[in-house]
Write a protein that binds this ligand. Structure first.
Ligand code: EPZ
Length: 431
């Protein structure tokens, strides 16, 4: 397994371009299932999770084309999907267990094919992550749903006119769920009648998906608010859509620059999608200036500790919690971090303690006393964003840090070591 070797102590300086958002790309790829016509997505990030999702769609009968770039080199960032040959509405365990976002095929398959057999995603390192809200919503839309031998079996009901179609319904999710909102919004696009999703997730990736679905002929209003209305249509058509910038990648690089006392400029960003993160970095002493599609950050000599509480968008994102635990580890003062979304998302804490951090965990609260310096050591990545936190700590720690199991990082950060290297970080991948 690959490892990352980091020689800490170099402040980050320079410019980096932000890639397309992983958490927008994954539902957008599944949206292709809703139509017989080609869906072209641009600015698709080159990530393992994207490759996994494309593989899953191909084995369902979806044709995937990666357009050849001008140089003749496959311009992998443009992907066209053609689901006219969809003939196998199954997401097998082997695929789903490596990427739980595969659950996002459930809604589109039930809507387009009238049936779906999708493996229950297992839990993952950060929590049980059930999908009961996805199932409850589809059942409310008339789907005959059962869970058997680890698979969700869904079948659309027969309507009076003989078609097998889901029915519009008023849905209320027990908690804010991002992929739950996305699954149900996609299912509702082809349902008979109107669907209202209350307590909907307001994440920018939900809005990006809605914008693409509307280009494909869906009738959606309210995306970005907690009430989304979808009027079902008989069929949808192809479209071309550019994937929004990755706000978590953006926040991660901002934290890396903040922790190392550097100053960077991130281009191709969506500053409006990470206000809470920018607010906390400003509170920690960073000077941040915003342009329409770029963010500039200049870090102070030493950060001031910032406390935070993760919550659904637009509040502070749970996907940035590990990164902020890392920067608080070397900040001046004490920070209290509350994780309210996932039940086990502090695994990076014990790894940071190996690097010399002073962190006390009590349930879903972590108290971080900033220390003057961290010392390089070998640490282990446990999940995608925990790994990002360890990279930031490694960039700051004195001496060498080796991060093991960095396949977690490759799931969500495109060309990580190249981008960090271009910013002056001393990072090397050990095969
Ligand atoms: C999405 O996961 C993201 N993944 C996660 O990013 C992100 O951390 C999470 O939203 C929260 O923002 C993608 O978009 C692909 P949820 P999702 O459903 O949709 C509970 C990353 O690193 N819940 O919003 O799976 C759940 O257990 C990943 O990029 C139920 O109980 O998260 C959690 O406690 C990690 N039943 C809370 O709700 C359900 O049916 C929020 O989960 C659904 C969710």
């Amino acid at each position: 397994m690959d490892k990352l070797l980091i020689e800490g102590g170099a402040p980050l300086h320079g410019e980096a371009a932000i890639s397309g958002a992983k958490n927008a790309a994954l539902p957008l790829l599944c949206a292709a299932l809703l139509t017989r016509e080609p869906l072209t997505l641009t600015h698709v990030p080159r990530l393992n999770d994207v490759d996994t999702m494309l593989g899953l769609l191909e084995q369902m009968g979806v044709k995937v084309f990666r357009e050849t770039g001008v140089s003749g080199r496959a311009d992998e960032s443009t992907v066209t999907l053609d689901a006219s040959g969809l003939d196998n509405p199954v997401a097998p365990y082997e695929r789903v267990k490596t990427m739980r976002a595969a659950i996002l095929v459930l809604g589109p398959l039930a809507a387009r094919a009238g049936e779906a057999k999708v493996s229950l995603p297992g839990g993952c390192a950060i929590g049980a992550r059930p999908v009961d809200q996805h199932i409850k919503g589809l059942a409310a839309m008339g789907a005959e749903i059962s869970v058997l031998h680890g698979y969700i079996l869904a079948r659309a009901p027969r309507q009076k006119d003989g078609s097998t179609r889901l029915s519009g319904a008023r849905l209320f999710t027990d908690m804010v769920t991002v992929t739950g909102t996305e699954n149900l919004m996609m299912a509702a696009c082809l349902a008979a009648g109107e669907t209202v999703i209350e307590n909907a997730a307001r994440e920018p990736e939900v809005v990006d998906l809605a914008n693409c679905l509307i280009k494909m002929g869906a009738q959606i209003s309210g995306a970005g608010s907690d009430v989304i209305r979808i009027r079902g249509v008989a069929s949808m058509h192809g479209a071309t859509h550019r994937i929004m910038p990755d706000r978590i990648e953006t926040g991660t690089y901002l934290c890396a620059a903040a922790a190392t006392g550097g100053s960077i400029r991130l281009t191709g960003a969506a500053p409006g999608s990470l206000d809470a993160v920018i607010d906390k970095l400003t509170e920690s002493g960073c000077r941040i200036t915003i342009e329409s599609d770029a963010i500039n950050l200049a870090a102070p000599q030493r950060l001031t500790s910032v406390s935070l509480r993760t919550s659904p968008y637009p509040a502070f994102p749970t996907d940035m919690q590990a990164q902020f635990m890392a920067i608080n580890s070397v900040a001046e003062g004490t920070a209290v971090i509350r994780e309210t979304i996932f039940e086990n998302r502090f695994m990076h804490a014990v790894e940071l303690i190996r690097l010399g951090a002073d962190i006390k965990i009590d349930g879903n609260t972590a108290v971080v006393h900033g220390v003057a310096k961290l010392d390089g050591a070998t640490v282990m990545a446990t999940d995608l964003r925990a790994s990002a936190g360890l990279v930031i700590a490694g960039l700051v720690a004195e001496g060498e840090t080796v991060i093991e199991r960095i396949y977690h990082l490759d799931r969500g950060y495109e060309h990580l070591e190249q981008k960090l290297g271009a910013l002056g970080a001393r990072v090397r991948r050990l095969r």
